[in-house]
Design a protein around this ligand. Structure first.
Ligand code: ADP
Ligand code: MG
Length: 557
């Protein structure tokens, strides 16, 4: 080669590692496919779970794509992209995290032969984008609105969406029980945007069925001092005082230097200390409150003082619990007990301290502003309850989404098959290479029903052929058919209430296409040698560790 004869041009620092061109692209695609393969088996109601344990000995069992991806600690820079889209799907819509990763992986898998054959990535990207837009338009067109229904009807429709989300989870066996609970909780908080108004409390022990919903706030009994037993534990319509101050006898002499000329004066200092605390307690009592909660400690003196006056108190209440109580009961947290007016006191129908499993719980129910709800989760192992909480979080997000833009599509792969068919049909009218690329996109969408079958142990080829045939019916009557997870055949998913909010699908297709296009558009990685030596320096690591681009990053299965 003539270029051998030319002097070498040194452009980058010595030790810089670059790889470029087709091999680079193919290696990135392989890495992304490997990531998709990791979460593949978790999709759907019959999907498996992953047990991940880290070097600290924490074990997590999860079915949630985003959680798994986060815990995997992927270092391959291209594959990391899939972690990011899973995360963004999780925060944007809350569900469909496995779907989005699978789709992105499949788009890339379909693109790979073209790249290997020398197709320019930009051609692929253009067609993928166009196909994605068409797919999203089609989803919008197919979506069915549940707007304008009565509250009762809406409740049952929302419960269907929640049940579909939950059916793929560990608590899927009790999906109807939990779906109802989730819908009640979301409806309880109304239009409030703050998700933290739904509290989830985990109490080990009992069975899932012992879980319950409080229309209000519940939290574990806080640490309490002697005298607590004498306090009443149940009130109707109590006034509630919320504080952010300590109610404890303070030895002021610790905080200040005091010089005494006469030992007798010492008593006056002690008296002053007592007076300060009694004054505070007196003001609390005068406010008329029957329940006093504080974020800071309430000492034994105060506890006894309140007990003598039939007042209930709890100190060291967690901050978010206190805020939830404030929001629910209409009270305001006070930083001083001077001037406690009636307006800052909250109230609720019933306050009660109750035994839940091994724990005692303070429960405020029937709150006037009603913008909070608390789910008390029961179950055996810790990992189980943790996963149950994540699953409920998904369901809560889905119900909120469905309530806001209330359109749903048929799940179980029905919508994916329908879009796929639509794209095939559309592609037939396109002349040129683009037809092939759009077909590839359409084929990739079939991964959802195929994986649902694979995970359930059905014959995927057989089911997919049946589905294709059904969806191809010119009358369009088969457009709602998806995988029947119970029999291994096909069924009308919509009629069987396998519903998903349209937004989940739209967002998944969008994000997966974007990720695939991004991976396709990278043709060179440069590893800067400096970043290698700077390992351990957390800042700026994201790109620095980019060395993995050569494909050494992900564990392959
Ligand atoms: P993701 O993390 O993407 O939400 P899931 O494991 O929750 O993954 O699986 C969701 C998929 O399972 C969706 O495509 C949904 O349509 C499908 N699915 C859920 N319930 C059923 C069911 N009862 N029958 C068939 N498919 C279902
Ligand atoms: Mg899901």
């Amino acid at each position: 080669m003539t270029s051998m004869m030319q002097p070498q041009i040194i452009l980058l620092k010595e030790g810089t590692d670059t790889s470029q061109g087709k091999p680079q692209l193919v290696s990135n695609i392989n890495a992304c496919m490997a990531v998709a393969d990791v979460v593949r088996t978790t999709l759907g109601p019959r999907g498996m779970d992953k047990l991940i344990h880290d070097d600290k000995g924490n074990t997590t069992i999860s079915n949630d794509g985003a959680t798994i991806m986060k815990l995997l600690d992927i270092v391959h820079p291209a594959a990391k992209l899939l972690v990011d889209i899973a995360k963004s799907q999780d925060s944007e819509v809350g569900d469909g995290t496995t779907t989005v990763v699978l789709l992105a992986g499949e788009f890339l898998r379909e693109a790979k032969p073209f790249i290997e054959d020398g197709v320019h990535p930009q051609n692929l990207i253009r067609s993928y984008r166009a196909a994605s837009n068409m797919a999203i338009e089609k989803v919008k067109e197919l979506a069915v609105s549940i707007e304008g229904k009565s509250l009762d009807e809406k409740r049952s429709l929302l419960a269907k969406c929640a049940a579909t989300t939950l059916s793929s989870k560990l608590i899927g066996g009790e999906k109807d029980f939990f779906a109802k609970m989730v819908v009640d909780a979301v409806i309880a908080i109304g239009n409030d945007d703050r998700l933290n108004m739904i509290g989830i409390k985990k109490v080990p022990g009992g069975t899932m069925r012992d879980s319950f919903l409080v229309n209000g706030v519940a939290f574990k009994k806080t640490f309490s001092y002697a005298g607590f037993e004498q306090q009443p534990k149940k009130f109707h319509n109590p006034k509630i005082l919320l504080l952010n101050i300590e109610l404890e006898l303070k030895s002021e002499k610790e905080n200040a230097e005091i010089r005494l000329s006469d030992p007798l004066q010492y008593q006056s200092i002690v008296d002053a200390e007592w007076n300060i605390i009694y004054d505070k307690l007196d003001k609390c009592v005068k406010s008329g409150a029957k329940i006093v909660l504080s974020r800071l400690a309430i000492g034994d003196l105060a506890t006894q003082y309140f007990a003598d006056r039939d007042i209930f108190c709890a100190g060291r209440v967690a901050e978010d619990d206190l805020h939830r109580v404030a929001a629910a009961t209409g009270g305001t947290v006070q930083t001083s007990v001077n001037n406690v007016i009636d307006e800052v006191l909250g109230t609720c129908d019933v306050f009660e301290e109750k035994q839940v499993g091994n724990e005692r719980f303070n429960i405020f129910s029937g709150c006037p502003s009603g913008q909070t709800a608390t789910i008390v989760l029961r179950g055996g192992a810790d990992q189980f309850i943790e996963e149950a909480e994540r699953s409920l979080h998904d369901a809560i997000m889905i119900v909120r989404r469905a309530m806001k833009n209330s359109t749903v599509v048929a799940g179980g792969g029905a919508i994916d098959m329908e879009i796929s068919r639509y794209l095939w049909q559309h592609a037939r009218n396109i002349a040129g290479k683009s037809q092939l690329f759009i077909n590839a996109f359409a084929k990739a969408l079939e991964v959802i029903p195929r994986q649902l079958c694979d995970n359930a142990g059905f014959d995927a080829t057989d089911v997919l052929n049946k589905l294709r045939q059904k969806h191809a019916l010119p009358s369009g009557e088969g457009s709602l058919y998806g995988v029947d997870i119970n029999t291994g055949g096909i069924c009308d998913s919509f009629a069987n209430f396998v519903w998903e909010p349209a937004l989940v699908k739209i967002n998944a297709i969008n994000a997966a296409t974007e990720a695939a296009c991004l991976v396709l558009s990278v043709d060179e990685t440069v590893k800067n040698p400096k970043s290698e030596s700077a390992q351990g320096d957390a800042a700026g690591m994201g790109r620095g560790r980019g060395g993995g681009m050569r494909g050494r990053g992900m564990r392959r299965r």
